[in-house]
Write a protein that binds this ligand. Sequence first.
Ligand SMILES: Nc1ncnc2c1ncn2[C@@H]1O[C@H](COP(=O)(O)OP(=O)(O)O)[C@@H](O)[C@H]1O
Ligand SMILES: [Mg+2]
Length: 339
Amino acid sequence: MAVVEVEHLTKRYGDLTAVDDVSFSLEPGEVFALLGPNGAGKTTTVEILEGARPRTSGSVRVLGHDPARRPRELRERTGVVLQEAGFEEEFTVAELVELHGRMYPRRVATAAVVEQVGLTDKAHARVRTLSGGQRRRLDLALGLVGAPELLFLDEPTTGFDPGARRRAWDLVEGLRRDGTTVLLTTHYLDEAEHLADRVAVVVRGRLVALGTPAELGARRQDAVVTFRLPETVDLSALPALDGVLVPDGLDWHLTTARPTAALHTLTGWAAGRELEIPALTVRRPSLEDVYLGLVAGAGETGPDDPADDGRPTRRRGPRASGAGSATPGRGGRLASRRS
Ligand SMILES: Nc1ncnc2c1ncn2[C@@H]1O[C@H](COP(=O)(O)OP(=O)(O)O)[C@@H](O)[C@H]1O
Ligand SMILES: [Mg+2]
């Protein structure tokens, strides 16, 4: 049974259709990426799956439940890492993780989670003293403390330096090895390519492509063979090549659907004359080329400033009720953090 099933999901905010007839599903143990530029509807989709936002239409099943009914079981079996979270600033890292963990029947020990996200040396530091990257790791800890079967990660590495990013990637890979199903959103193509088993490309609310990174990269078969002519040779001496040949300074670019045959013709001709072809390369379109093509084709200029998506910051404090005097809430400042 699919862990997440989304069919014809649509979400409108007034006149704006933020999510437009989107369908996809997640298999158990899969890392699935929603990839798209800012404003594509990724966070809205994830929030609907978390049960944090009502949908306009379509059907959604998460671990067999309708998240709109906010079933307790769903909350206990899923972990959520918000794109932007506010924290209770006066708690220490360990306190916040501890309190948050009380919501979950299968919780992981606080020290273990803090270690997992690399915050052991900050365990007793107050949240307000953490750097942006450390806060993001605290977000991760809160998402993981319940030993979730399904983890939602909304832009988990936005604003990270390369080292922190690599550690976050390692963490996600570790979760995959442990069998956790992960739905992550990102506007970084390399992140989707590196982490995800399958990628759904979303642009302006619409799902424009879905497949493994390799499948998406192979959507365009054309390759470009680039070469220069040996100095002694005139273009008219070349054999006929299958494709479109255009000049670029001293280079020639042959765009061809049959690069193997074209190369065979070209190199066979050169070898027969004992000619060396300078600057000979073959380039396949990368997933990035394909992605940028999809984004442009859907009428976007490309990913814009990730810091400005006009969304209000959501509060991230322990939602535990019945934690007695330890229940936070009063006096905690709402962090307004833009990652
Ligand atoms: N609460 C809201 N009210 C009105 N519009 C919203 C709200 N949240 C998001 N939007 C709009 O919906 C679109 C999708 O936003 P979002 O889901 O945050 O995209 P992403 O996470 O892909 O950047 C954007 O145009 C955004 O401005
Ligand atoms: Mg978002």
